[in-house]
Design a protein around this ligand. Structure first.
Ligand code: SF4
Ligand code: SF4
Length: 225
């Protein structure tokens, strides 16, 4: 999922300066899991905004706001409300914000679309409702087959590809002693799988051209440019 955190109210109010009528669009996908943009969080922010003198004229929460196929059927029927609003505030990831902005343009509306959240990476829940860890940076050249399904690009503080830096202390990363050293995790996993010999392979430099942006994914062809 895409991890999100709530922006401070001061920042939200700054973004909404001069915009009194607000339409709120949440996301019942990743933002719901992060407790930042599901139906409950939209309702709570609505109350807070009203307390700050804003008029919230719409609250909707598509199942996946980053997905046009899920967002359009929810937003299209409320175009009139969107048109009435001075601004749309989205509680979703950066993708959800941009898809909402895209749809308002498709509907012929010129309306500012703001975000109430910060997107913080491709996370997955470890302890539901409590803890999520970043899992992947979408580097475009996945090496999980060589590392026992543990990503050193994301989980090693130095992003080392060929093995540990040697600074680990009692299995913890020298850069953050609260976290396990990714390469010790990888070693232990490969040992348990009986695949330690694979770690002797030279991985070689990463092809950073695969991560060059902007990227376009041709879904039917499974091709990225
Ligand atoms: S190697 Fe790249 S694609 Fe694979 S999990 Fe790590 S960051 Fe993601
Ligand atoms: S201690 Fe381990 S996780 Fe931390 S930077 Fe070194 S190799 Fe990477």
């Amino acid at each position: 999922m895409i991890g999100t955190t709530k922006k401070p109210m001061t920042e939200i109010l700054q973004a909404l300066e001069g915009h009194d009528k607000v339409a709120l669009v949440g996301c019942d996908g990743c933002a719901k899991v992060c407790l930042t943009g599901g139906t409950d969080e939209v309702a709570a922010l609505s109350k807070d905004l009203e307390a700050q003198g804003k008029q919230v004229i719409l609250e909707v929460t598509p199942e996946r706001t980053c997905n046009v196929a899920k967002a359009d059927p929810v937003l299209k029927p409320v175009q009139d409300k969107l048109q009435e609003a001075d601004a749309v505030l989205v509680l979703g990831c950066g993708g959800a914000v941009q898809i909402t902005r895209h749809l308002t343009e498709v509907y012929g509306l010129t309306i500012p679309v703001k975000t109430g959240l910060d997107s913080v990476g491709h996370m997955d829940t470890l302890v539901p409702g409590t803890l999520a860890l970043e899992q992947c940076q979408e580097c475009g050249q996945c090496i999980l087959n060589e590392t026992g399904g543990i990503c050193p690009v994301t989980k090693c503080a130095k992003g080392l590809l060929e093995g540990p830096c040697g600074g680990a202390q009692d299995g913890k990363c020298e850069a953050d002693l609260s976290r396990d050293c990714a390469w010790i995790l990888i070693y232990n996993r490969m040992q348990a799988l009986g695949e330690l010999d694979k770690l002797k392979r030279y991985m070689g430099p990463k092809d950073y051209s695969k991560a060059a942006r902007p990227r376009t994914l041709y879904i039917k062809e499974g091709r990225v440019t």
